[in-house]
Design a protein around this ligand. Structure first.
Ligand code: SAH
Length: 275
């Protein structure tokens, strides 16, 4: 089948996907991850506070394992925290070797890849976030994302090497990009999860959609207001913010909706101050 005029050219989709490695300790894994994403057609690697610091980009082991992906390694962006890594990102997926009791909704790798590509096709920036070799992602890191993915590996030993987890996900995202270009339907589970996305005439421009940092800003504003209202006890917060994060992870918030929620938080804080 030839590419239809409506098909989104692949470079655009591939350019909207970011791979984020959080607090990686082994430079070799950074090099291998660069190679993994380049072989699958991606190029954006973001490193959150790697243990070796900026030097990781010039580390001999990283360079050796990056091999022909030395350009991806050289262009990797180093940021101080996950918030900075997710700046401008509309939809983020956390990858975890462990299952979690709380957090964003779970998705299968294939389903999450199809969902990510659907978001990317609407002009959104998407990110896949991987944890450190020793401790993985913290619950707080996971809660910053819209979906949680566990690669269903051997239940008695399911912790993959970091760069191999990156390879597997990058492959799935590549397959989802190519399927979309061919006009194929996404897997059923992804189609169901994506049914709520705006499409056609209702489609929002990416600028109108909230990013992860907009949502984080709103959540900390709301948290302060809920403390002020005595609805949230900071000494015994229970799972309130986790539940709210999960709620907002599921919705495709627009910037204006985030602003309404911030407006409500602002009024609560102001009223409390006046009384
Ligand atoms: N010891 C860590 C595992 C670290 S593996 C822990 O207990 O969490 C490094 C990273 O690779 C993980 O944080 C995750 O992002 C990814 N990873 C490894 N195995 C995975 C799996 N089965 N499913 C999803 N992600 C996985």
């Amino acid at each position: 089948m030839s590419q239809s005029a409506a098909a989104i050219p692949s470079p655009r989709l591939f350019d909207q996907v970011r791979f984020v490695l959080n607090e990686t300790s082994h430079p070799g894994n950074v090099g291998s991850a660069a190679r993994a994403i380049k072989t699958m057609g991606f190029g954006q690697l973001v490193l959150v506070a790697p243990r070796a610091g900026e030097a990781v980009l010039r580390d001999p082991e990283a360079a050796a394992l990056a091999s022909g992906a030395d350009d991806v390694l050289a262009n990797a962006r180093i940021v101080p925290d996950l918030g900075a890594a997710l700046q401008g990102v509309n939809w983020a997926v956390a990858l975890s070797a462990r299952s979690r009791e709380y957090g964003p909704p779970n998705a299968e790798p294939r389903e999450s890849a199809a969902m990510a590509v659907q978001h990317a096709a609407q002009g959104e920036a998407v990110a896949f976030v991987f944890g450190s070799e020793r401790t993985g992602l913290s619950n707080t890191d996971v809660e910053r994302c819209n979906a949680l993915v566990h690669i269903p590996a051997n239940p008695v030993y399911s912790s993959l090497n970091l760069s191999q987890a990156v390879q597997l996900i990058a492959y799935e995202v590549r397959m989802a990009c190519l399927a979309r270009e061919r006009g194929e339907a996404p897997p059923v589970a992804a189609a169901v999860a994506m049914a709520s996305l705006p499409s056609g005439l209702d489609a929002q421009t990416p600028e109108a959609l909230a990013t992860r940092d907009d949502v984080e800003g709103m959540l900390s504003h709301l948290e302060r207001a809920l403390v002020d209202l005595d609805f949230l006890d900071p000494d015994n917060p229970k799972k309130l913010m986790t539940r709210l994060r999960r709620l907002f992870a599921k919705s495709h918030l627009e910037r204006e909706e985030v602003n309404i929620l911030r407006g409500i938080a602002k009024h609560i804080l102001e009223r409390k101050r006046r009384h």
